[in-house]
Design a protein around this ligand. Structure first.
Ligand SMILES: CSC[C@H]1O[C@H](OP(=O)(O)O)[C@H](O)[C@@H]1O
Length: 357
């Protein structure tokens, strides 16, 4: 059983407070949208897919606690709450996509003369619960696509060693993970030799979360400093780099955790393939390139303090962007549940696949 970032059962929502990991495993109740917004904004829960799920589920639990007599009032309430939720963190596209789909669903349900307001609410909540189940299935498919691609193109005769950055596992999704899902799939097919995970300063998703997941599942792994990536590639075997994504634009540029861009540059220098793993809906065709992605700035305190103790010199100014953008020319392929695509293929394949779904 993997570590569960989200526990949802019949209208009750709990999240694992990831700010306390790995020292403490503590779940907190999410009873409404305000709780959901705060948990996402403070990064008690994080990871693009998990953010979308917790935001949507926080609305579901709030609606289940409330009662409505009018479908128009319910639809407007849903729209207001979702537009508020997407202000919690701007860069990852998953919550924005979920909000757009759920607002469109609310409009359809309001227009459905056969559904009264109670039926509208129950159908809306059921749709959110289905998102949770779909996320788990999609993650398994991403893992399968990634593992098969790497085994076919990069493994050669031997086992593979993978470098990953940040956390993209069960603590960032509803289950198997994205980049870490590919690693799990490689392990499951006995193709994995070793995993290197970066600390991922300043929130330390790698040291605190990815290392925790890898140790928990007895996956052979080594933690490295963010600054050790080039030396690792120069001195040890790295078959491929696999990272997650918060948003992929139409030309294949990808926003991901700060530090991803420099890993891609160093991978190019060493001739190591660089893959992105993400749900298909992370591809945002409305943005032509990475220049259009809003990059979230986080508080300086997340850099200057470690475990509540200040380590940076008082008075120093800080720049703490949560993400950076890796240009498409540094990306070998993008693993999604619908297949592996080269960045240059997106403009052609994405519209076709979107029309099929
Ligand atoms: C599958 S999670 C995608 C993405 O989210 C992480 O960012 P954060 O921890 O700030 O939410 C990181 O960029 C992961 O790659």
């Amino acid at each position: 059983m993997s570590l569960e970032a989200i526990q949802y059962d019949n209208g009750k929502l709990k999240i694992l407070d990831q700010l306390l990991l790995p020292a403490k495993t503590e779940y907190i109740d999410i009873e409404n949208v305000e709780d959901g917004w705060k948990a996402i904004n403070t990064m008690q829960v994080r990871g693009a897919p998990a953010i979308a799920l917790v935001g949507s589920l926080s609305l579901a639990v709030e609606l289940l606690r409330g009662s409505f007599t009018d479908k128009t009032v319910l639809r407007q309430e849903i729209k207001n709450k979702l537009n508020y939720l997407i202000t919690s963190r701007p860069t990852a596209v998953n919550l924005k996509n979920a909000a757009s789909e759920l607002i469109a669903l609310a409009n359809r349900l309001e227009a459905d003369a056969k559904a009264d307001v109670d039926k509208m609410k129950s159908k809306f909540v059921f749709a959110i619960e289905e998102m949770l189940i779909k996320d788990i299935a999609d993650n398994m498919a991403i893992g399968d696509v990634g593992a098969k691609t790497i085994c076919k193109k990069d493994a050669g005769e031997g086992l593979v060693s993978i470098l990953t950055h940040c956390n993209t596992g069960s603590l960032a999704t509803a289950g198997y993970g994205t980049a870490l899902g590919v690693i799990r799939a490689l392990k499951a097919t006995n193709m994995l030799d070793h995993v290197y995970c970066t600390e991922t300063r300043p929130y330390n998703q790698g040291a605190r979360l990815t290392a925790y997941e890898l140790v928990f599942e007895k996956i052979p792994a080594t933690l490295i400093c963010d600054s050790a990536v080039a030396a690792l590639m120069k001195t040890k075997k790295v078959t491929a780099v696999i990272v997650g994504a918060d948003r992929v634009t139409a030309n294949g540029d990808t926003a991901n955790k700060i530090g991803t861009y420099q890993i891609a540059v160093v991978a190019k220098e060493h001739g190591i393939p660089f893959y992105v793993a993400a749900p298909f809906t992370t591809i945002d065709m409305s943005l032509p390139s990475g220049n259009s992605i809003v990059i979230e700035d986080r508080p300086a305190k997340e850099m200057t303090d470690v475990a509540g103790t200040r380590i940076a010199a008082p008075g120093i100014s800080c720049w703490n962007p949560a993400f950076d953008v890796t240009p498409a020319n540094l990306i070998t392929g993008i693993f999604t549940e619908k297949g592996c695509f080269k960045p240059a293929e997106l403009k052609e394949v994405v519209p076709k696949l979107q029309s099929e779904s």
